[in-house]
Design a protein around this ligand. Structure first.
Ligand code: ADP
Ligand code: MG
Length: 704
């Protein structure tokens, strides 16, 4: 291990074209105009863009960059980049001038024909364009390909439809800002000019040894193990969680942190997670769109740094059956640009009433659009987690903590809340509203949407997924609730009375969404059903929620998605799902057919030979015979399932109705995959370890 000291202050944001660097390098008046666009929106003139582009390019080239890219997030869920170099046509003396124009900075035209568009952009109209998201700073990416200037962008079709995850997120941030401003204005905050959604995502991941990884086609092709018997030891000892970080992992985390700090990502906490070989990293929260970009950088860096350390990083939600999977806790709050966190109970009576109204609006939003929120956290891998007793159930509910729940109950029952569970004080200044201890939230790890003091923690999100969708949805549904509340309150004659009535009305109507108990329990599933809360079990079932009348109304009202955009997204979900399961099925066929079954047959033969030679000398060979029979029977079973999977998979991939196909993969193909896995995992427990064709769970998880 190297002894060199890391000076965090020196390396932090070293590879980012920060506003501070802009200020240094831009003429004062240009910088002022750029800053204004960053803060208030609008467009940069082409003249100014030229100046910014030159300054950005000079800085990048000084730092070794040869290329630039518009960095964007297509609907594949990962980021995309197409590198162009700064070089231009050399002059007569073969002098190379590196150039980068304002036009190139602001707008790019990647050949976008192979990105999913869900029918929005016919393939012959390949062009989409990328547009600079001026609020997310450009940065340098240093990889094997050299140094590249990355410009965070949104990605749209020529007719303006969003083809990415960034565009709707930015639209939703604007929507929630506009509506939230109406709320804070009602409470006398005239100084705020915008409300910012802040996000802090906690990212879980697994690390495995590279050599072992490379022996597992399932990890290579699908990011998760498709076969594997449980190791003798799992996570039952609970000795990994927050345990001492092993040397090799520690070195990895150190490099990862440094790399992230250089990129301006505030990697803050790191610890071991519940499962063996599982870890977590959390940055400090920041503006939603930057948090989304940074989370993508975190995921990329996790993978890249792992390679340098002879490991591979698994971001899949369920790399191993039987042990905890990985998720992402999406911490979310709303704050005004003059320093008020709308989710903080606050110190003054106005702030406390405002807090209760905000809370009531959020409960209403989450109850009304529980289906959309659940949808926003779905991806193929997350289907293995949600509802599987390790992550929140697939049912959306809100955890408020004992005291806040009591306040809500009183407000609903009597319209007043004057008794309060012991604790601090939330002074509302009016007798009909309660006093509330400020930090009264206990932790409930089983809740999908928990209030944690001054923010909500949305815990359903999958580890491999972009956090753009969950935050777009959160912003959108809360914008709607704020809008409806403001519509009423702005017209009220007696504001105090009206607020009070509205809080009571919302809480009464939507209290069914509150649940403080054990979200993993079967009783909750039954109780949620009684309450009429949706329990959407899979990604494909969740997809339909995007295009209900309710959803279209919501998203169109705030200009976040058009109906066509929603329809395209639904289609892409089916497509993604079908393709992913298809790859998994084919990988299983490959592994079973070329590796597992042949290995078992070898073992069969070994046993058969042993039995024959023992019996030839008059030994009954009972144990050998018994084992041989068991192995042979399981091989039969595996072979049958393999043939069935081949048949079903062919049937599935020939289907042309994309939605029906996705459902077929979910309901039929996955079942046959299980049928194949079961005998194979049993065989793993019987067959000579030396013959087993790839590393086992024990090898993968306990020897990193
Ligand atoms: P834990 O949930 O593990 O106890 P914390 O609550 O300290 O950890 O923080 C988890 C994440 O929430 C971090 O990324 C943190 O920066 C973020 N966070 C803290 N406060 C807020 C807030 N007001 N809004 C959004 N995110 C926040
Ligand atoms: Mg947390």
């Amino acid at each position: 291990m190297s002894e060199e000291k890391v000076k965090v202050e020196e390396i932090f944001a070293k590879d980012v074209f920060t506003p501070a660097k802009m200020r240094e390098r831009l003429p004062k008046n240009v910088y002022k105009r750029v800053k204004k666009v960053m803060e208030q929106g609008g467009e940069l003139s082409l003249g100014d863009a030229d100046v910014v582009a030159k300054a950005m390019k000079d800085w990048a080239v000084e730092n070794g960059a040869t290329h630039y890219t518009h960095w964007f997030q297509p609907l594949t869920g990962i980021t995309a980049e197409k590198h162009d170099s700064f070089i231009t046509h050399p002059d007569e003396d073969s002098h190379m001038v590196m150039e980068f124009s304002g036009k190139e900075l602001i707008k790019g035209e990647p050949d976008a024909s192979s990105f999913p568009s869900g029918g929005l952009r016919a393939t012959f109209e390949a062009r989409g364009y990328t547009a600079w998201d001026i609020t997310s700073p450009a940065f340098l990416k240093k990889t094997g390909a050299g140094v590249t200037l990355c410009i965070p962008t949104a990605f749209c079709s020529y007719t303006g439809e969003a083809l990415d995850k960034k565009t709707p997120l930015l639209r939703s941030m604007e929507a929630v800002s506009t509506q939230a401003l109406r709320i804070v204005r009602l409470f006398g905050n005239q100084g705020a000019t915008k409300v910012v959604a802040s996000v802090g995502p906690e990212q879980e991941y697994f690390l495995v040894d590279k050599e072992k990884y490379l022996k597992r086609p399932d990890l290579i092709f699908s990011g998760r193990t498709l076969f594997g018997a449980p190791a003798p030891k799992g996570q039952e000892m609970e000795d990994h969680y927050f345990g001492v970080i092993r040397e090799r992992i520690g070195a990895y985390m150190k490099d990862l942190n440094e790399e992230l700090w250089k990129l301006g990502v505030t990697a803050k906490t790191q610890h071991n997670e519940v499962a063996p070989a599982q870890h977590e990293l959390a940055p400090i929260y920041e503006t939603a769109n930057i948090a989304v970009d940074h989370n993508q950088l975190v995921m990329e860096a996790m993978k890249r740094v792992a390679i340098h350390h002879g490991m591979r990083c698994l971001l899949h939600e369920k790399p191993f059956a039987g042990v905890n999977g990985s998720g992402k806790h999406n911490n979310w709050s709303l704050g005004t640009d003059n320093g008020v966190n709308m989710l903080d109970p606050g110190d003054s009576p106005e702030q406390n009433i405002q807090f209760l109204l905000v809370l009531a609006c959020i409960l209403k939003a989450v109850d009304t659009h529980a289906d959309l929120l659940r949808q926003s956290a779905s991806d193929v891998g997350n289907d293995h987690r949600l509802g599987a007793n390790e992550a929140p159930p697939a049912i959306i509910s809100v955890f408020l903590g004992e005291q806040l729940e009591d306040v809500v109950k009183q407000l609903v029952e009597t319209g007043a809340a004057d008794r309060h569970i012991e604790g601090g004080v939330l002074d509302t200044g009016v007798s009909t509203l309660p006093n509330l201890k400020k930090d009264a939230t206990d932790r409930n790890r089983t809740s999908p949407f928990a209030f944690t003091g001054n923010k909500f923690e949305f815990r359903m999100v999958g580890s491999a997924d972009s956090i753009a969708s969950p935050n777009t949805t959160l912003n959108a549904i809360v914008a709607e609730a704020f809008c409806e509340a403001a519509d009423v309150l702005e017209q009220a004659d007696d504001f105090e009375l009206a607020v009070h009535d509205l809080i009571k009305e919302y809480l009464t109507k939507h209290q069914r969404i509150i649940f403080n108990g054990n979200g993993y329990s079967d009783e909750w599933v039954a109780e949620a059903q009684r309450r009429g809360l949706p329990n959407i079990k899979s990604m494909v079932e969740a997809a339909e929620t995007l295009t209900t009348d309710k959803a279209v109304r919501l998203f169109e009202k705030f200009g976040i998605f058009t109906k066509a955009e929603l329809e395209s997204r639904e289609e892409i979900i089916y497509e993604t799902y079908a393709k992913t399961i298809n790859i998994e099925a084919l990988t299983m066929i490959d592994m079973a057919s070329k590796q597992i079954i042949p290995a078992c047959m070898k073992y069969d033969k070994m046993l058969a030979d042993t039995v024959a030679s023992l019996q030839a000398v008059g030994v009954t060979a009972e144990a050998e015979l018994e084992r041989l029979k068991r192995v042979a029977a399981l091989v039969d079973e595996a072979q049958k399932a393999l043939l069935e999977l081949e048949k079903i998979e062919a049937q599935a991939s020939a289907m042309t109705d994309i939605k029906a196909q996705a459902f077929f993969y979910k309901d039929t193909v996955k079942k046959v995959m299980e049928d194949l896995r079961t005998p194979c995992d049993q065989l793993e427990m019987l067959v000579d370890k030396k013959l087993w064709p790839f590393p086992t769970y024990g090898d993968l998880m306990f020897e990193v």
